[in-house]
Design a protein. Sequence first.
Length: 421
Amino acid sequence: MKVLASAYACRPARGSEPAVGWNSVCQIARFHEVWAITRAKNRSFIETYLETHRIPDIHWVYFDLPDWSRYVSRPAGSIYPYHRYYLWQLGAYFIARRLHRGVGFDLVHHVTFVNYWMPSFLALLPVPFVWGPVGGGDSVPGVFRRGFSFRGRVRESLRDLAQASGELDPFVRLTARRAVLGLATTEQTAARLRALGCGRVEVLSQVGLPAEEIVQLAACPIAGHTFFRLVSVGELLHLKGFELGLRAFALLKSRFPTSEYWIIGDGPERKRLLKVARELDVGSSVRFWGQVPRQQVLEMLRECDALVHPSLRESGGWVCVEAMAAGRPVVCLDLGGPALQVTDQTGIKIAAISPEQTVQDLAGAMERLALDSALRARMAEAGRERVQQLFHWERKGEQWAALYEELVRAKPQQEAQVVQA
């Protein structure tokens, strides 16, 4: 069938949102003819990649806003770059409408941004519309916000405001009502989609790994050192919970003096975290690597025994899946996307009731893994198997192809629903 994909973020050989856009479009193209609308800014990256890689034929449609739009789309002091995205979605609709007149699409799929509180105007086209996976319905538990820096508390409050105002946007509600299928990254986001009026909602993670990365990570041997080394990866933001990881590691180190903790990433919380490490007297055992290229991060996983991912708000969590693919157990909080990715067979999930309880339980999980190499080996095997089954991009492509076929079979009923909406 003829599918129109909206992928604002879309670049090859990247992680996070650009990876979702790129891999989603490529997987859809395995089974159907695809027209992909993306930013003109992505064009050079896509065309350079296509010079040396063969992928299914895709009709790329590049569009960006005029230069003057940046002055009205990013208000002074704004920390969320979604104003420009909103305008881009509106412009993309008019391009899509012209394309539809000539092509006659069978289905439209919004892929990125993975955000439920911003609209996709492509839902206005008179064809079945698939929304997502979209996320953004998760929030930091209130009891943890007291420990944030002033900057962190302000950012969370601003996000809450943006989320609430987004849910009041009539175009967001229209997007939800016109979607024949809403795919949510977490149960929390699924509840928000239903509240907005989305009739059919399913939970499906947006996280996936390409076949070549899974093969590369599967080849990682068990770390050969005699001490225990933990690693955390991500931008050093308040919501990532790295301070919780540091405090838990300090408790672990009192029992395992030779243990180490690597923190890979950079961000506004770096100075604060360095200060916490010194105050806890673990500075000599904690290494802050700063920003590291993604390929190097994957290679560094082989030098560590387990991943600590204490994120307090996250719909994705690529590093959890990467760690499982590398055969590394994951210690995470029982929140958001990581809680869906990690099972009791592949890692240890910690309830986030209070900061004090969370630190104690994180330390207990670290100690349990440090003491039991056989448990780490069992979790390694289970993690690799889970990635193959659920987080392999080719499996996701097959899932979407099956969903498309189901939606097309129900097309007469869907068209009636679109007319009513």
